[in-house]
Structures are given as structure tokens and as C-alpha cells.
Design a protein around this ligand. Structure first.
Ligand code: ASP
Length: 338
């Protein structure tokens, strides 16, 4: 009798152990399935600069031009990402398009230095490999973002500036143009206004950027700019500085910033966001808001950022009255200025 009862106990115990094991396996399976389902196939964001936007002070039709440019840049990234292309390609190709728009402060249409020249900065980072490339103060490279990618892929360096960067860009096949290619009357007039101490609030707005999460879970970020109107020649802002204006890390997020570069450099904004996400219990949105709306704003730094994390969460905070921006996923699309 006693033997029978221990047999029952043994059987009951075995059943309970099997049940617990089975349900935790099923739970793990469900969770990993959910993760796969929850992370969108791709997420792509672009910006065309943060700043002060007064609808009545913009040239006629300008707001629509901003929105159309963002739509087109999103479509470029969307096409690449939805057909299985890489986050790096989506970021570079969309930024090339934005650099070619004369009304955005990057590539053609860049703002002028105090000496009446255009000095362009750009950077790109691959979150999969943690490789990065950047160029600063270039005056003849039509698409600085491509030169930045070439620095990453075809040189042992991360950051090249001035004549050396231009010579390198030419040697690896980047399109070289006469500096006059970057001239636009509108930007020159802005320089004149600033130098006559009569600036319009819009005169300093600009920079373009993109961040992407591709279907393989890889993140990438890129930023390109003409900098700030009336900057001293030789001044470099945050945009080409890895960790300040641009950062991407597959274990954290991809970030592209825009705004008063000196503040973004001092507060290493892009890396700070990634670090907060990796080392603190917080969400991308909370961390980005804390940096843009508190840390930076309280220090006197104006601007914004776009970011996407490894799970496909994204955010686009800014502490100015506008930021030209947009996002696309397989299910959602949005473009906005204010
Ligand atoms: N961050 C850029 C710079 O300081 C300018 C901008 O984004 O408006 O060069």
C-alpha cells in the first residue's frame, strides 16, 4: 500500500515538472514569435533641419517643397528597404537626394561662411559593424555623404577634412564640382542679412539626415550639412562628428541630429541617447525627450533629432518651432514641418 502511494506521488510530481517545462517553452516560443511580429520589417526616418519656421516668412510654396522633398526621400528609403536592401544604402541614397535640393542646407544650397564660401560636413555610421566615415569642410564634393561612406569603406580612417578629404574623394570616384555649384542667391542673401546684423529667424535653419532599421535588424544613420550661416571658415559643427550629430549601434539605436552644433558636440547628443538606451531602464522616446527638451534646452541649445531603436521604436523630438521630418514603415507614413 505504502509502495503504491509513493508511486502515485512520483507520477504526480513528474506530471507537474513536465507541465511547468512545457509551458515555459511555449511561453518562450510565443515571446520570440511576438518579437518577430512586433518589430516592423523596416523603419525609415529623414529630416531636413530644425529651426524657426514662420509660414508667412517662407517663400511662396516653400512649405510644400519641404514636404515633397521629405516624401521623395522617404520613398527612396522605402523602396530600398522593402526590397531587402540595407539600412546603409537607404540612408546614403536618401541623403544624396536631400543634398541635391537647393532649398535645404546640405550639398547644393548650403549656407555660406563669413568669407562667402560653402564648407560642407557629413557623416555616416553602420550600426552592424560600428564602422563610420566622415568628411569636414569640403568645398568641391558634390555629395559629401558619399565621400563619408567612402572614407568608411575605402580608407583606414574615420574622419577626413579639407583638401585631404577632397583629394581622397576624387581618388575614389566621388563627383567633384566647382565650388560655385553650391551657390544659391537665397543663401547668399541670408549671409548678407546676418552680416548686416539684421538676420531673419530662418537664416540658420538646415541640415539633412536619415536613420534606418532594415529587415535584418541592422541600424544606420547619416547627417549632412552646410553648417551655420556666417560661421568662421574652418568651423566644423556636430554633423560630421560621430557621437555628436550621428550615431548607430545595433544594440541601441540610430540617431541623426540637427541644431546648434556647438551644443550637440558638447553634450555628445547622439551617443548620449544611445548610451541612455543601452545602460538605463528607459524608452527611446523618454530618453530623447529628456535630452532635447531638458538637457539641451536648459543649456540654451536649440534643435532636434530623429532616431530609431533596434526594436523599431522611433522618435522625432525638437525644441524649435519646427523640424522638417518624416517617417515610413510598412504600415505608416507621416511628413510634417511644425
Ligand atoms: N547642426 C548643424 C551645425 O551646427 C546645423 C543645423 O543642423 O542646422 O553645423
Amino acid at each position: 500500500m505504502k509502495r503504491l502511494s509513493s508511486l502515485y506521488h512520483f507520477l504526480a510530481y513528474t506530471l507537474i515538472v513536465c507541465f511547468v517545462l512545457f509551458s515555459s517553452c511555449a511561453d518562450a516560443e510565443r515571446k520570440s514569435h511576438q518579437e518577430k511580429v512586433e518589430r516592423p520589417e523596416f523603419v525609415f526616418l529623414v529630416h531636413g533641419g530644425a529651426g524657426v519656421f514662420h509660414p508667412d516668412q517662407l517663400p511662396e510654396g516653400r512649405e510644400q517643397e519641404y514636404l515633397d522633398a521629405v516624401e521623395e526621400a522617404l520613398s527612396i528609403g522605402e523602396e530600398i528597404l522593402s526590397s531587402g536592401g540595407s539600412a546603409m544604402d537607404a540612408v546614403e541614397k536618401a541623403i544624396i537626394f536631400l543634398e541635391d535640393q537647393p532649398f535645404l542646407n546640405a550639398g547644393k544650397g548650403s549656407v555660406f561662411t563669413a568669407e562667402g564660401t560653402n564648407e560642407l560636413d557629413a557623416s555616416i555610421m553602420d550600426g552592424k559593424t560600428m564602422n563610420a566615415g566622415a568628411v569636414g569642410g569640403v568645398t568641391t564634393v558634390k555629395n559629401p555623404i558619399t565621400a563619408a561612406r567612402k572614407v568608411m569603406e575605402q580608407s583606414p580612417h574615420v574622419f577626413m577634412v579639407g583638401a585631404g578629404a577632397e583629394q581622397f574623394a576624387a581618388s575614389v570616384g566621388c563627383e567633384i564640382v566647382d565650388p560655385s555649384h553650391f551657390y544659391t542667391q537665397e543663401r547668399f542673401d541670408a549671409l548678407m542679412r546676418v552680416q548686416e546684423a539684421n538676420p531673419s529667424p530662418e537664416d540658420n535653419r538646415g541640415t539633412v539626415g536619415a536613420v534606418a532599421l532594415d529587415r535584418y535588424g541592422n541600424l544606420a544613420a547619416g547627417t549632412s550639412t552646410g553648417g551655420m550661416t556666417n560661421k568662421r571658415f574652418g568651423r566644423v559643427g556636430d554633423s560630421p562628428i560621430i557621437g555628436a550629430g550621428t550615431y548607430a549601434d545595433n544594440n541601441g539605436c540610430a540617431v541623426s541630429c540637427t541644431g546648434h552644433g556647438e551644443f550637440f558636440i558638447r553634450y555628445t547628443v547622439a551617443h548620449d541617447l544611445n548610451a541612455k538606451l543601452k545602460y538605463q531602464v528607459t524608452t527611446l522616446e523618454t530618453a530623447a525627450n529628456e535630452i532635447i527638451h531638458h538637457k539641451l534646452k536648459e543649456a540654451g541649445g536649440s534643435g532636434g533629432l530623429i532616431a530609431v531603436d533596434k526594436d523599431g521604436n522611433y522618435t522625432m523630438p525638437f525644441n524649435t518651432n519646427g523640424m522638417i521630418r518624416g517617417v515610413v514603415t510598412p504600415e505608416y507614413r507621416e511628413v510634417a514641418v511644425y
